[in-house]
Design a binder for this molecule. Structure first.
Ligand code: NAP
Length: 263
């Protein structure tokens, strides 16, 4: 996405992957300053730990407690969370439907944090159910958001599809933030029970590979409005691109290129 855009827009940058173990995080950031690298994206397992090395953190990233984009400006590190931009853009067309409604979030990792923040701050949901395999993590997430954003209406449930049917059914919005169903284990899904879904729901899967997960398939079979993770992916990248270069990425072009590749 980034290298294609640099080439298309004649920008003298290159985007490279670095595999950095946790024990090398601090040293790798020193290298950023030494080498004059403009910025980075960070992913699992660094998104939370990197906050302590930032000179400035955006309000959103600070509330969420996770940074995915760093800008090196005059040797000062500025931390942002652009996943939030991707989530907001994906759900904005449904803003009126979501407001004052119940939402269910499956998962309790980094992506779930950004989703909870967006649902509370931007979409004004009335209630959030968190479903997760590991109960301690969903409990920790609930406590974190109750404390940080003073949002009290959070309930937690274990990932048990049959027992979760009523939770799903009573939700206007359902979001999968786990990696269940991601390539190559495309037959997996948080629930394969059609009774969980109905045609008045909006069902969002953060996964974009495959474009149509089994989870999305089951929800669509009951007439739910479905959204995959590709728009979120492109928008989070486009926002990072803008923060580093000051230029606007051609989002539509990149989206269709990626969509074709994934198809
Ligand atoms: P993470 O912090 O590692 O969290 C993973 C979550 O998935 C946890 O809640 C974990 O449950 C659950 N999980 C994983 N495997 C499971 C399994 N086999 N059975 C049940 N639960 C399982 O990862 P993350 O950063 O939040 O990312 C999660 C997903 O979001 C990934 O698929 C990623 O590609 C996607 N994502 C998409 C975008 C986008 O732009 N579209 C952006 C960010 C992330 P436990 O707590 O029980 O371990």
């Amino acid at each position: 996405m980034h290298n294609t855009s640099f080439r298309l827009q004649g920008l003298n940058y290159i985007y490279l992957p670095f595999d950095v173990p946790s024990s090398n995080l601090a040293d790798s950031l020193k290298a950023l300053r030494t080498l004059g690298i403009r910025g980075i994206n960070v992913t699992i397992p660094h998104k939370e730990k990197i906050l302590q090395y930032m000179d400035h953190v955006s309000e959103e990233a600070s509330t969420v407690g996770a940074v995915n984009t760093v800008v090196n400006e005059g040797n000062q590190f500025f931390g942002y969370n652009t996943d939030i931009n991707g989530i907001i853009e994906s759900l904005t067309p449904y803003k009126d439907d979501i407001a004052k409604s119940a939402a269910t979030v499956i998962g309790s990792g980094g992506a779930a944090r950004s989703v909870l923040y967006s649902l509370i701050r931007h979409f004004k949901v009335s209630k959030i159910n968190i479903i997760n395999r590991t109960e301690e993590r969903s409990e920790a997430l609930k406590d974190y958001f109750k404390d940080k954003m003073h949002f009290e209406e959070i309930s937690t449930f274990e990932l048990m599809p049959k027992e979760n049917i009523e939770v799903y059914k009573s939700s206007k919005l359902i979001i999968n933030t786990t990696s269940i169903g991601m390539f190559p284990t495309v037959e997996d899904t948080p629930t394969d029970l059609p009774a969980s879904f109905n045609k008045s729901q909006i069902v969002f899967d953060l996964i974009y590979n495959p474009l149509r997960t089994k989870f999305i398939d089951v929800a669509a079979s009951k007439g739910a409005e479905v959204i995959n993770g590709l728009k979120m992916f492109v928008v989070q990248g486009a926002r990072s691109f803008e923060l580093w270069t000051g230029e606007t990425m051609d989002v539509d072009h990149i989206y269709s290129k990626l969509e074709n590749n994934l198809r």
